[in-house]
Ligand binder design. Structure first.
Ligand code: DOR
Ligand code: ZN
Length: 430
């Protein structure tokens, strides 16, 4: 087992710099002037030490679209982005709706060895929204699936959603909903509003998200089940979540970095790199996302990392697939939108990028306090450094980042998984 000494770091960005000794996969010692002995030393003067990030919403594309991402390349992107655990969505080909596929994804993740890859199981067979998948078999498989989602599709049939929520209570798992009433978004290309109207794109109304979230909160309350709302994008959804939480519903929610920063003004570029589902919303919605993340109505940040091939993105808007890369830029977008304006301090970043997502998914070894004896799943961030995003330089096979050429604050300088360095100074370490 490697011994690593992190020198001069500030846990949660608080207090005087200390040294942190990592040994045998755990935090062994925290204090001033620790003798390195034979440990590998990372000189990190003034850098912020955080618990390793946990992403509840990643598309790794394997099996099926290994031309855009593999579990290995996506794991590299995750480690470089400061992640120690990611949840791989089920909309692969074949769909992860059975024990064979989820175990395959889990094993490939272990083989890559850079980040804990937890497969998400599909809620319905083939994501078709007709018949429940065998949730129990996936939960009991070697992959021990704890999060189920048809992401990319909404479980829109209320009876099927009710049954999924009811089963989930017996299995102690969470149902993560992609909230989009398909009857209200048929043919939609962009947020229904001023910009879509001007360009002649069919609109995706905010109410198509809000009505499903309201319905599902009621169904989850009735079943006593845990609901997780994927990629919240509208101000009205925040109102619904606040209401549901206040009445005791077991609901959690995530927001993507892109919905914190970008708005539907990007439509004017005509560049499909900005096409995503749910679509980029108004500036008022983005501001509400930031506020709700700060005050806890939205629990956490999840990337919705969605690699796409050039032929599926460098085409006309209507033909392009929705989605954008997110793993390697998430921390910087959170630094830009939340830390810089003072909406979150670094302890708050630990909460929304590590602690809450780990709690929601029931991961016992991630999102833990930075104290002696805890597992060394750690991320080091240089808060004062900046970098310029270049899609071609990211570890993903696809390059569809909406932040191309942007200069962003916050650089992940090292990531440790169970005490082993997985990424350091922009390079994967294994
Ligand atoms: O933009 C999106 N891309 N939203 C989704 O729900 C699915 C995802 C994908 O798989 O590309
Ligand atoms: Zn989705």
């Amino acid at each position: 087992m490697t011994r690593v000494l992190l020198k001069g770091v500030r846990p949660y960005g608080e207090g005087d710099p200390v040294d942190v000794l990592v040994d045998d996969g755990a935090i062994a010692q925290i204090g001033a002037g620790i003798d390195p002995g034979g440990a590998e030393v990372i000189d990190a003067a003034g850098q912020v030490l955080l618990p390793g990030f946990v992403d509840l919403h990643t598309h790794l594309r394997e099996p099926g679209r290994e031309d855009t991402e593999t579990i290995a390349t996506g794991s590299a992107a995750a480690a470089l982005g400061g992640y120690t655990a990611v949840f791989a969505m089920a909309n692969t080909d074949p769909v992860a709706d059975n024990a064979v596929v989820v175990e395959h994804v889990w094993r490939q993740g272990r083989a890559a060895g850079l980040v804990d890859v937890h497969p998400v199981g599909a809620v319905t067979v083939g994501l078709a929204g007709q018949k429940l998948a065998e949730l129990g078999t996936m939960a009991r498989s070697a992959a021990a699936v704890r999060v189920f989602s048809d992401d990319g599709h909404c479980v829109s049939d209320p009876l099927l959603m009710r049954r999924a929520l009811e089963y989930s209570t017996a299995l102690d798992v969470v149902i993560a909903q992609h909230a989009e009433d398909p009857r209200l978004t048929a043919g939609a290309q962009a947020h229904e509003g001023e910009h879509a109207a001007r360009l002649g794109y069919a609109g995706w109304p905010a109410s198509a998200e809000e009505s499903i979230v309201a319905r599902d909160c009621l169904l989850a309350g009735h079943a006593g089940a845990r609901l997780h709302v994927c990629h919240v994008s509208t101000s009205g959804t925040v109102d619904v979540l606040a209401w549901a939480k206040q009445r005791g519903t077991r609901v959690s929610a995530e927001v993507t970095p892109h919905h914190l920063l970008l708005t539907d003004e990007r439509l004017a570029t005509y560049d499909p790199v900005n096409k995503v589902n749910p679509p980029l919303r108004t500036g008022t919605d983005a501001e509400r996302m930031r506020q709700a993340l700060a005050d806890g109505v939205i629990d956490c940040v999840a990337t919705d990392h969605a690699p796409h091939a050039p032929q599926d993105k460098d085409c006309e808007w209507a033909a392009a697939r929705p989605g954008m890369l997110g793993l390697q830029t998430a921390l910087s977008i959170v630094a830009e939108t939340m830390v810089r304006p003072g909406l979150l301090d670094w302890r708050g970043v630990a909460r929304v990028m590590s602690e809450r997502p780990a709690e929601i998914a029931g991961l016992p070894d991630h999102g833990r306090p930075l104290t002696v004896g805890e597992p060394a799943n750690l991320t080091l961030v240089d808060p004062d450094a900046e970098w310029t995003v270049r899609g071609e330089e990211l570890a993903s096979i696809a390059a569809n980042t909406p932040y191309e050429g942007m200069r962003l604050p916050g650089v992940v300088t090292a990531t440790l998984l169970r005490g082993e360095i997985t990424a350091r100074d922009g390079k994967v370490a294994l």
